[in-house]
Design a protein around this ligand. Structure first.
Ligand code: GLA
Length: 378
């Protein structure tokens, strides 16, 4: 349990008990990819993999942070806005964001996590949201305000750490609930829980993510270009994801930019369809078909897949008991998900892992998860 590990690490490092302990999960997005920064809908679930932060006040001006994953102590001035380039920037950034850029109280923190770093499962959102939730409790809140924690965590990620992501990851880590998916309209920051029973296989293709940062920024710029083109004849459209398919076809833009826009608009419609299936408690075969359609759109129109992710999805299509699969998260490496029966998914994961090693020369990782809880205090 990460709660016990963070608690122990805090005691061993600082020689006293922490004042508060909070945890938050990693996430996978079931559907709605590259729609969040286009003002569309997403549908993530929280994973059972969590990050815990143990926290207490300290004297002086220098805050300190330790993590079971790295040696040494990270030091930062609470509330200061400069990043150091160290792993503790996620914590320092959250302290800065929670205190609204005012001088903050000095704190000491210890972090324990089961969310793998670099797999695209939002390990950074998990540590930011857990820190924001713990800080609220340290400041006297008896019930955490999870929406505020999500906003502070997103501010830390975008304005302090400097990653230009949408709101999905931090909102998912804060607001998801067990056995539910989070249906989030990103333009309005409106969240609704939808019953989510399926088991999900998460398969990490362990492809290095060097490309991801620059490719993500390029896609964002292409989407802005598409929106500007649409707005020339339809100025009432304020978010690309809310444009109609006709508007995308009629506006003047390059073939590449049009394909990006097609993905964003069609993906937003698929989120709505999947939500409807879940609300009607529909079979996961229908869900699987939507996941496959999402993958095809990400592969062909958004061009953010890799041969490894495509291979996994192709294998899933012919695996007994598996109903569908797609890449999840930003793409350009990272994880894919599959849905199906528990036995079917497990057998598929084992077989696909062995074949993946033979084919790509890398050992993948996989997890099975149902929809878990978002952030909480302990
Ligand atoms: C990354 C970002 C999210 C979202 C996804 C793509 O995970 O952090 O905000 O844009 O990519 O859907």
């Amino acid at each position: 349990m990460t709660v016990d590990r963070a608690h122990d690490l805090f005691r061993r490092t600082y020689g006293i008990e922490p004042t508060v302990i909070a945890s938050a999960p990693g996430r996978v997005n079931v559907i709605g990819e590259h729609t969040d920064y286009n003002g569309g809908d997403v549908l993530p679930i929280a994973l059972q993999l969590r990050t815990t932060v143990a926290l207490g006040p300290c004297a002086g001006r220098e805050s300190r942070a330790v993590s079971e994953q790295t040696s040494g102590v990270g030091c930062f001035q609470a509330g200061a806005s400069d990043r150091s380039g160290g792993w503790w920037d996620y914590l320092a950034g959250t302290v800065w964001a929670v205190h609204d850029e005012r001088d903050a109280q000095c704190v000491q923190l210890a972090v324990a996590s089961d969310v793998p770093v670099g797999a695209g499962l939002s390990s950074s959102a998990a540590v930011e949201v857990a820190t924001a939730t713990a800080l609220q409790a340290l400041n006297g809140a008896t019930e955490p305000d999870l929406l505020q924690a999500a906003r502070a965590a997103h501010k830390a990620e975008t304005q302090f750490v400097g990653v230009p992501c949408g709101i999905m990851d931090q909102f998912a880590s804060a607001l998801c609930r067990q056995d539910q998916a989070l249906w989030l309209a990103c333009d309005r920051e409106e969240a609704q829980l939808v019953p989510f029973a399926p088991l999900v296989l998460v398969f990490d293709t362990v492809v290095p993510r060097e490309l991801r940062k620059s490719a993500y920024s390029t896609r964002r710029a292409e989407c802005e270009e598409a929106l500007a083109a649409i707005r020339r004849s339809a100025p009432h459209v304020t978010a690309l994801a809310r444009a109609s398919a006709e508007a995308v076809e009629l506006a003047e833009m390059s073939p590449t930019v049009r394909r990006r826009a097609r993905h964003v608009v069609s993906e937003t419609l698929r989120v709505g369809r999947l939500v409807q299936l879940l609300q009607e408690r529909n079979a996961s075969t229908a869900i699987g078909a939507l996941l496959l359609a999402s993958h095809a759109s990400l592969r062909d129109d958004y061009e953010c897949s890799t041969p490894e992710l495509d291979w996994f999805v192709e294998q899933a299509q012919v695996a007994p008991g598996v109903h569908g699969a797609r890449l999840t998260g930003a793409g350009w490496g990272g994880c894919a998900i599959a849905v199906g029966s528990a036995d079917g998914l497990r057998a598929f994961a084992e077989r696909a892992s062995a074949e993946f090693v033979a084919r790509f020369g890398r050992t993948p990782r996989w997890w099975m998860s149902s929809a878990a809880d978002g952030a909480r205090l302990h």
